[in-house]
Design a protein around this ligand. Structure first.
Ligand SMILES: Nc1ncnc2c1ncn2[C@@H]1O[C@H](COP(=O)(O)OP(=O)(O)O)[C@@H](O)[C@H]1O
Ligand SMILES: [Mg+2]
Length: 223
């Protein structure tokens, strides 16, 4: 049995809004294992992004627990939580969120310098894998969407996380660039054993990942 990287246990999420309470999901249990790739599918508004934010330690569940390795995330001090977010997990979004005033190279190095895990050899390998070496001196605004997402992936991976969460990473890309970005993510999953969790609307994308999880009627099931 593979080690678990992130485990969510009996997790529920309820938002309390002006128009009443909104219960997104209840008693969700997922064990994200080492080296494994996951698709997370489900209709729009069902709570996929919220679940990803909970799994990556960005958002607290209403009830239940999140374990990163053997550590109960929400029992830790804020400083220890920040270290786990920096060292163990990474997240990318549909919008690439590159820092506009930093060059491509500075964007990539930013993350690894923050957590002092700067390994030049690894970063250069990632840059090669994502085929962005010729873009290193550019400003993000001069890049195409596909190129920006590849830089965002390199930045997310620069600190050598054990798991990469991706919220509709190809949602803003055309078919050709979607395929390129997904193939690169899969290559990284295999080459560096980085676990991968991809939210997607595309069943074609989901079929390329090892495990497909569907969020429906407030529950998670394997497809
Ligand atoms: N912070 C929040 N406060 C209140 N409602 C929220 C908040 N975040 C998300 N929601 C609502 O929760 C539902 C699920 O959102 P989300 O997780 O983004 O779904 P999905 O990613 O599956 O489209 C939506 O109806 C959204 O409006
Ligand atoms: Mg979403």
């Amino acid at each position: 049995m593979k080690d678990h990287i992130v485990e969510i246990k009996d997790v529920s999420k309820i938002f309390f809004t002006k128009s009443g309470s909104l219960e997104l999901f209840t008693d969700v249990n997922i064990n994200f294992c080492a080296s494994t790739s996951y698709a997370l599918i489900g209709e729009s508004g069902v709570g996929k992004s919220t679940l990803l934010h909970i799994a990556s330690g960005l958002e607290k569940p209403s009830t239940g627990e999140v374990f990163v390795g053997n550590q109960n995330f929400w029992d830790l001090k804020a400083s220890a939580q920040a270290l786990l977010r920096l060292n163990e997990t990474a997240i990318i979004f549909q919008q690439y969120n590159l820092i506009p005033c930093l060059s491509v190279k500075e964007n990539i190095e930013f993350q690894s310098r923050v957590n002092k895990k700067h390994n030049n050899e690894y970063i250069n390998a990632i840059i090669d894998d994502l085929q962005i070496a010729r873009l290193l001196g550019e400003w993000p605004e001069n890049l195409s969407g596909g190129e920006q997402q590849r830089v965002a992936i390199a930045r997310a991976l620069a600190a050598q996380p054990k798991i990469l969460f991706a919220d509709e990473p190809t949602g803003s890309l055309d078919e050709k660039n979607s395929k390129i970005v997904l193939d690169m993510l899969l290559n990284i999953n295999r080459k560096y054993n980085t676990s991968l969790v991809v939210i997607t609307h595309s069943l074609a994308i989901a079929s390329k990942l090892e495990v497909c999880l569907e969020l429906k009627s407030r529950k998670i099931s394997k497809k």
